[in-house]
Design a protein around this ligand. Structure first.
Ligand SMILES: C[S@@+](CC[C@H](N)C(=O)[O-])C[C@H]1O[C@@H](n2cnc3c(N)ncnc32)[C@H](O)[C@@H]1O
Length: 241
């Protein structure tokens, strides 16, 4: 076994939550290098959160990680109550530290997305960044059906995530472009290898057209894509009134 292949086997026996526990300290630095348009993607996502900034919103964030989007949500909607969900205790701990800990406006839930049991009709918005692609393709439509129930009528779903470019040749081309762009953005071989190996083991990208079909079948309307660069995609929809 070469050093490289032993490195690539490092995470085979651990769950995605344990993977993120292990990388949580290095996550913020590494992800900003590995996703060059990380902050631009958040800008696009937040630009489509059509709510008055002083509204006491109920927001559910799926896969909050270290809280980078959560902090921006809190700045944009200071009266909002955020329910932050993540499988990784260590990622949640960092989100909690950034947001000043659990309290009246922050609820932390350590759970898998598919294990969540939430009251129906309570959220104004469900939002997620770079997280839902960890679900298998047969889980995504089930989660979308549940999200529909968790939202209030008129509530919004907003998502930034990696989606599969079609045809496959474009995906392959974009993966090559990504490695060049990430290196220009400061990523080292260790960052590229970390996220490439992670993707091979834990990521399940679906084409945007599949997401649109699953969302429409779940009852959502106004399903649309707002922004896209390589595989990073911002899309969303609404529960009808
Ligand atoms: C790539 S990080 C994204 C974190 C953050 N949203 C961001 O944009 O930087 C993905 C996060 O989703 C969480 N996650 C992945 N699969 C999950 C699942 N099935 N249930 C709950 N959390 C999950 C991971 O623990 C991790 O913190």
């Amino acid at each position: 076994m070469t050093a490289d292949s032993s490195q690539s086997l490092k995470f085979t026996s651990v769950s995605v939550g344990s993977f993120f526990d292990q990388v949580s300290q290095a996550y913020d630095d590494s992800i900003r290098k590995a996703i060059p348009p990380y902050l631009e993607m958040f800008d696009a996502l937040l630009g489509y959160c059509f709510f008055a900034t002083d509204k006491p919103l109920q927001i559910l964030e799926l896969g909050c990680g270290t809280g980078n989007l959560s902090v921006l949500l809190k700045e944009r909607f200071p009266q909002a109550r955020l329910t932050l969900v993540d499988l990784s205790a260590d990622m949640l701990k960092q989100a909690s530290d950034k947001l000043g800990g659990e309290g009246a406006q922050i609820r932390l839930v350590q759970s898998g997305f598919m294990d969540l049991s939430l009251e129906p009709g309570q959220f104004d918005m469900v939002i997620s960044s770079v997280a839902l692609h960890h679900l298998m393709d047969d889980e995504k439509p089930v989660l979308y059906q549940r999200m529909f129930q968790w939202l209030k009528p008129g509530g919004l779903f907003r998502c930034a995530d990696e989606t599969l470019n079609v045809p496959r040749s474009i995906q392959d081309e974009n993966m090559a472009r990504w490695a060049v762009w990430a290196r220009q953005n400061g990523a080292q071989d260790s960052d590229i290898n970390l996220w490439t190996e992670h993707a091979e083991q834990y990521d399940h990208y679906a084409p945007l057209s599949d997401h649109f079909r699953w969302l429409t079948q779940s009852g959502f309307i106004n399903v649309d894509c707002y922004w896209r660069k390589l595989m990073w995609t911002v899309f969303g929809c609404a529960r009808p009134l």
